[in-house]
Design a protein. Structure first.
Length: 289
């Protein structure tokens, strides 16, 4: 039997309700007020958790990358933007208190060891390894040493790279997310049957992290066996920011959560039966019974 993972009081695995993560990421645009609005959206629509991203900018990016010209409300370089999008301890303390008050879990993708230590101060229920970090063996080992469940995203990664990462992390307390790292993703880049491939290859829950427009691929992913789904959310897809176009506003998130929750009922148990509500139709329409 495939292993299950427990995050706080939630069980993730076959036979359990889909664990739905609303990724705020950097769509807060440096504003705690905006982050709180997205937390409210996640709570209202019935998500299980919200997720942020945490980076030590000068560790994750080279000096050359940070020096590139990029105009934003924070300044004229890419470094100005990256630093402006990072919350510090005061902001995350406010977020931590707000999520506890609203009754929703929160955690983060940590892109470097210092960020893991930073987020660990808030005792998160789990950690996410971003697709960009899948090949960072040292970060994988460092995150695993914290003893928390790990969610591994697999965008822009080969099967060989994924297997190597799983060797480091182990299959206990691990959820592997099928993912395509294009923003937004096109239909021909979805390849949702990878979920079935992962379920055969690995003995741990399989999830789906989507960057598509709309909600259909995310719902189909659950029908194919995904036990967890992560989607970027926003208050307005027209806001500035690289992830906004691949995000769901409140109405889209509501419909996705609703439809995902219906998947187990729609799939049923596979046993063909005559339902009580069909009997009057039999009497009405069949000549021979």
């Amino acid at each position: 039997m495939t292993k299950t993972v427990k995050i706080a009081d939630k069980h993730i695995g076959d036979g359990y309700p889909c664990f739905i993560i609303a990724e705020i990421g950097i769509n807060h645009n440096g504003s705690v007020k905006l982050a709180k609005k997205m937390i409210d959206i996640a709570v209202t629509t019935g998500c299980d958790a919200v997720k942020f991203q945490k980076r030590t900018v000068d560790v994750v990016y080279t000096k050359e990358e940070l020096a590139k010209e990029r105009k934003s409300v924070f300044g004229n370089t890419n470094g100005d933007l990256k630093r402006g999008l990072e919350f510090g301890e005061a902001e995350y303390k406010e977020i931590d208190e707000y999520c506890k008050r609203k009754g929703i879990l929160w955690f983060a993708s940590c892109w470097d060891e210092g960020s893991v230590d930073f987020i660990e101060k808030f005792n998160p229920p789990c950690y996410k390894i971003a697709s960009a970090s899948l090949t960072d063996d040292n970060l994988l080992k460092y995150t695993k040493a914290k003893g928390k469940p790990i969610l591994l995203s697999t965008g822009m990664s080969s099967m060989e790279e994924i297997k190597h990462a799983v060797e480091i992390l182990g299959e206990d307390n691990l959820i592997i997310f099928h993912c395509t790292s294009t923003y937004p993703s096109n239909a021909e880049e979805m390849n949702l049957r990878v979920i079935e491939t992962f379920k055969k290859e690995f003995n741990c829950p399989i999830g789906y992290s989507g960057h598509e427009r709309g909600v259909t691929p995310s719902v189909l992913a659950v029908a194919l066996g995904a036990c967890a789904v992560e989607r970027h959310i926003t208050v307005d897809r027209t806001n500035w920011g690289s992830d906004q176009a691949a995000s769901l506003e409140m109405a889209g998130l509501y419909h996705m959560v609703r439809d995902i929750r219906q998947v187990p009922v729609l799939l049923g148990d596979g046993k063909k039966v005559v339902y009580p509500r069909e009997i009057p139709i039999i009497d009405k329409l069949r000549r021979v019974k």
